[in-house]
Design a protein around this ligand. Structure first.
Ligand code: ATP
Ligand code: I3P
Length: 409
């Protein structure tokens, strides 16, 4: 298991069947909370590109406007990813449970966040690009309303300054072939977007998997903020209760809210993030079925089963994925960008189709931040607060090891 210290914000109960050591508390939601603590129905300014951090941050000179829940629907269907639940065919157990979805629903009334997490919902978005190729675009994870269709096999992702900085640097780094091509900032309907390659464009009826990498999903900066300006998140409390009604403490129950790092950490220990350094966020298969119900996929065997199902038992595809991951790992080990950035919340996007093509790319750099010079990370050392290690390569080592063990020796 992960050799590092996972800070326990509040000790409730370990959702893991295997006991883990109890590390020291770094932050407590208890009485240390200063006066003025407020209860948000959604978070504010939690991370560089969290739903409020990016669009709502006053530091951004770019358009701070938040997309409304229906904003993508408000645009032409030929140019936007429409939310089309009619197309949904997957087993979406968690989404039906998720209170956050109804919390963020359009009829929620004013004053609430204007856009929401996709969570366990998957967006299928058929659209027409300028060369008339029509294909269903799928957003497996992340914030709803974050994406718009671009032209020529490109897509627009809601502007986030730290992501822009990263993508710009990555275009000059050895990692360039392993990230979506980046084409700068574009504006649509007064909203700024980062324009990048749609990685699905070159596939026919692709199968897709999103794996969130690293042993930690919140930035050190987020911990600091939570201490200095603690905000109780009602939406996160509700999401927690929907998955495990026994998870909140008495106090959290009374407050009907939890701090973001506490929620993120609970998610990490519930899934394989804390023990394997990555977790599956969602899988969509070529037959149209989707599963984003991996919150409790924690054990190595459960992960293997999900991967096996994803590739449909096709060892050739598995082999190609393994090769690509090994290639990415060796490039990461040399990459100047990677050595000098804390990479949190970033995913590996796996895509294959019936033609036998299988590729993996790194996506989502909204919470990838530069380190102060001359600090570097090896991405394998256990995290202790202050060292900023993210466990990315430790997770990739585990993923490579799991895929290798699934292939005939
Ligand atoms: N360049 C791309 N090409 C194709 N699909 C993409 C691309 N980028 C993202 N996606 C799809 O959108 C999903 C969410 O992407 P991403 O993680 O970048 O969004 P986000 O809103 O920043 O997520 P989070 O809330 O985790 O920060 C991915 O799981 C994938 O399905
Ligand atoms: O997957 P879940 O259980 O829905 O939880 C969300 C997930 O951890 C996202 O990664 C996080 O966004 P960031 O990575 O951008 O912080 C988001 O925070 P947010 O609600 O503050 O955006 C969480 O709500």
């Amino acid at each position: 298991s992960y050799p590092g210290t996972i800070p326990k914000l509040i000790i409730t109960r370990d959702p893991s069947p295997t006991p883990s050591p109890e590390p020291p508390a770094l932050l407590s939601a208890r009485t240390e909370l200063p006066a003025g603590l407020c209860l948000d129905s959604h978070g504010e300014d939690e991370s560089p590109c969290s739903d409020s951090g990016c669009g709502g941050s006053p530091a951004l000179t770019r358009s701070p406007r938040k997309l409304s829940n229906s904003s993508s629907l408000g645009l032409s269907s030929a140019s936007s990813f429409e939310e089309s639940e009619d197309d949904f065919t997957g087993s979406d157990i968690e989404s039906s449970l998720s209170p956050a979805r109804s919390l963020c629903s359009p009829d929620e009334g004013p004053g609430n966040k204007s856009w929401q997490k996709l969570k366990t919902m998957v967006h299928f978005s058929p659209f027409v690009v300028s060369f008339k190729k029509r294909y269903p675009w799928v957003q497996l994870a992340g914030h709803a309303g974050n994406f718009q269709a671009g032209e020529y096999g490109r897509l627009l992702k809601r502007y986030c300054e730290s992501e822009q900085q990263c993508l710009q640097k990555l275009m000059k780094d050895t990692l360039r072939p392993y990230v979506p091509g980046y084409y700068g900032v574009v504006q649509r309907e007064q909203q700024d977007y980062n324009l990048m390659d749609d990685l699905l464009a070159e596939f026919d009826s692709p199968s897709i998997m999103d794996c969130k990498m690293g042993s930690r999903t919140y930035l050190e900066e987020e911990l600091k903020k939570a201490r200095e300006r603690p905000r109780l998140r009602k939406d996160m409390y509700d999401k927690m209760v929907a998955v495990d009604p026994g998870a909140p403490t008495e106090e959290e129950r009374a407050q009907q809210g939890i701090l973001k790092p506490r929620y993120m950490q609970w998610r990490e220990t519930l899934s394989s993030t804390a023990t394997l350094g990555f977790r599956i966020e969602g899988i969509k298969k070529a037959d149209g079925t989707c599963n984003t119900n991996f919150k409790k996929t924690k054990q190595r065997e459960q992960v293997m089963q999900a991967l096996e199902d994803f590739v449909g038992g096709n060892t050739q595809i598995l082999k190609l994925y393994l090769q690509r991951l090994q290639e990415i790992r060796s490039v990461l080990e040399q990459s100047q960008f990677f050595q000098t950035h804390e990479v949190v919340g970033s995913s590996l996007l796996f895509v294959h189709d019936a033609s036998g093509k299988a590729r993996v790319w790194m996506i989502d750099f909204g919470k990838t931040v530069p380190l102060p010079e001359p600090q570097t990370l090896d991405h394998r050392t256990a995290w202790v607060e202050g060292n900023r290690e993210d466990g990315y390569l430790w997770g990739l080592d585990n993923l490579v090891d799991i895929l290798s063990s699934m292939l005939p020796q």
